[in-house]
Design a protein. Structure first.
Length: 397
C-alpha cells in the first residue's frame, strides 16, 4: 500500500508527524522519532525571549488505569533559536526525506521577531513554517499564543508579514486554537492574508481540579496552579469539529492535530480531508514506537475498504458534516432490542425513564420499546453494555 501523502505540495512518506512539544524538544529526540518511522516533526516552538520551566508541570485524568486527559504547563523551547537553526541543518542532512517544520512565536506588534525566526528556519533548511497562534497557557497573558489566535486581524497581519517577504519561500501554516466562537472565520482571515494552510488544533485551556485527599490543586506548584493545556483523546471531537469547519474554507489545506493516538483516529481526520496528522501526548505516554501501531491500524482500515493508497480516501467524508438546518428532520428511527443479546440489566430502562422519553417498559421476556413513544434519540443504545439495542429505520405511512 502507498502511505505517501501531500500537503502544500510537499510529500510526506506517511501521514504521521510529531507535533511541537516535549517529544521534539531536541535534535536527538527528533532523530529518534525519525528512526522510529515518523514522516516529519514540528520542532518545539522557538521564541526570542528566555524560557524557564516549572518543576511540576503535568497532570492527568484517568478512567481506571487509562489516561484519558493530559494537562501541561510546559512552555516553549529553552534552546536559543541559533542553536535550533544548527540542529535543523544537521537533521535535514541526516534525514533528507523527512519533513522538518519550524514552529515560531512572537508578539503581534513585533514583525522583527517573526521575521528573524522565520528566516533562520528557512536558511537552515526547514521544509515548512508553523506559526504558533494557539498556545493556551503562559503566553496568552502576555499577548501571544492563543491571544493572537483569537483575533482574526492579528493572525492575518502576521501571516502577511511573512508571505510578503521573498526570502521566506517555504509554506507558511498557522496553528489555530479551538478557543474561538468561529474557527472558520479565523481560517478565512489567514487564507486571505496568504497563508498556505493551517493546523488545528492545539491543546485547550483547562484546570484539572483539586486533589480531595490533600486539598491541593493539580498540578501542584507550591500550593498553587494555573490553567494549562488539555490534550489527549478527550479533545479529539473538538479537533474533528475544527478541522471539518476549516476544510470548508476554499483552497485551505488543513493539517490535523488533537487527541490522535491511533491509526483509526488518523483515518477519521483524513476522511474529512486532512492528509497529515500530528501527535504529541500519545508519544509522551507510549513512546515513539507508537507509530508502528498507527501504521498497522491505518493498513487494516485501508485493507478493509479496499483502498490502495491514502489518496483513495482523503476527503471522502468531507461533506458528511452540514449546518444543523440542513439535516433531514423527517428521518425516523426507533430503538430495536435484540432479545438474544439482552441480559436484562435494565440500563436502557433507567436511562430512557430518567433521561429519555419513557418509551421502554418491562415485561416477563425483558425490556421492550413502544414505538409510538420512542423519539429515536438513541440514548438507550449508548448505555446498553452488550450492544443489544440498535437504531432502525421506521417507515411512517
Amino acid at each position: 500500500m502507498d502511505y505517501g501523502v501531500s500537503f502544500c505540495s510537499i510529500r510526506f512518506d506517511n501521514p504521521f508527524v510529531l507535533s511541537s512539544g516535549p517529544p521534539t524538544a531536541s535534535a536527538e529526540l527528533i532523530r529518534r522519532g525519525f528512526d522510529a518511522g515518523w514522516a516529519g516533526a514540528v520542532i518545539k516552538t522557538l521564541i526570542r525571549e528566555p524560557v524557564n520551566y516549572l518543576q511540576n508541570r503535568f497532570a492527568v485524568m484517568r478512567q481506571g488505569r487509562h489516561i484519558v486527559g493530559f494537562e501541561n504547563l510546559e512552555l516553549l523551547s529553552t534552546r536559543p533559536p541559533d542553536k535550533w537553526f544548527e540542529d535543523i541543518a544537521r537533521l535535514k542532512k541526516e534525514f533528507p526525506s523527512r519533513i522538518i517544520i519550524g514552529s515560531i512565536m512572537g508578539d503581534a506588534r513585533a514583525p522583527e521577531d517573526w521575521l528573524y525566526l522565520a528566516r533562520g528556519c528557512v536558511e537552515a533548511g526547514a521544509d515548512m513554517l508553523e506559526l504558533n497562534f494557539s498556545c493556551p497557557h503562559g503566553y496568552p497573558e502576555r499577548g501571544k499564543g492563543a491571544a493572537i489566535g483569537q483575533n482574526a486581524e492579528y493572525c492575518a497581519r502576521i501571516c502577511g508579514w511573512l508571505k510578503q517577504c521573498a526570502d521566506i519561500n517555504i509554506p507558511v501554516i498557522a496553528k489555530l486554537t479551538a478557543l474561538v466562537a468561529d474557527i472558520q472565520h479565523i481560517g478565512e482571515a489567514v487564507r486571505g492574508a496568504g497563508a498556505d494552510g493551517v493546523c488545528a488544533i492545539n491543546s485547550i485551556s483547562s484546570f484539572f481540579g483539586i486533589d480531595l485527599k490533600t486539598l491541593r490543586p493539580k498540578p501542584d506548584i507550591n500550593g498553587k496552579t494555573s490553567y494549562g493545556g488539555y490534550s489527549g483523546p478527550g479533545i479529539k471531537p473538538i479537533a474533528l469539529m475544527a478541522v471539518s469547519s476549516l476544510l470548508h474554507v476554499p483552497d485551505l489545506p488543513v493539517m490535523a492535530c488533537g487527541g490522535i493516538e491511533s491509526g483509526d483516529d488518523a483515518a477519521e481526520f483524513m476522511l474529512l480531508g486532512a492528509p497529515v496528522v500530528q501527535a504529541c501526548t500519545a508519544v509522551m505516554l507510549r513512546g515513539f514506537a507508537i507509530v508502528d501501531k498507527m501504521k498497522e491500524d491505518l493498513h487494516q482500515f485501508m485493507d478493509w475498504h479496499g483502498f490502495n493508497g491514502c489518496g483513495d480516501f482523503i476527503g471522502k467524508c468531507q461533506n458528511s458534516v452540514t449546518p444543523y438546518s440542513s439535516l433531514n428532520p423527517e428521518a425516523v428511527l426507533s430503538a430495536c432490542i435484540d432479545p438474544d443479546k439482552c441480559t436484562g440489566c435494565q440500563a436502557c430502562l433507567v436511562a430512557c425513564r430518567d433521561g429519555g422519553y419513557q418509551a421502554i417498559f418491562l415485561r416477563d421476556a425483558g425490556p421492550y420499546v413502544k414505538d409510538d413513544k420512542c423519539t429515536g434519540c438513541s440514548l438507550c443504545s449508548h448505555v446498553c453494555p452488550t450492544g443489544a439495542i440498535t437504531m432502525e429505520n421506521r417507515w411512517v405511512f
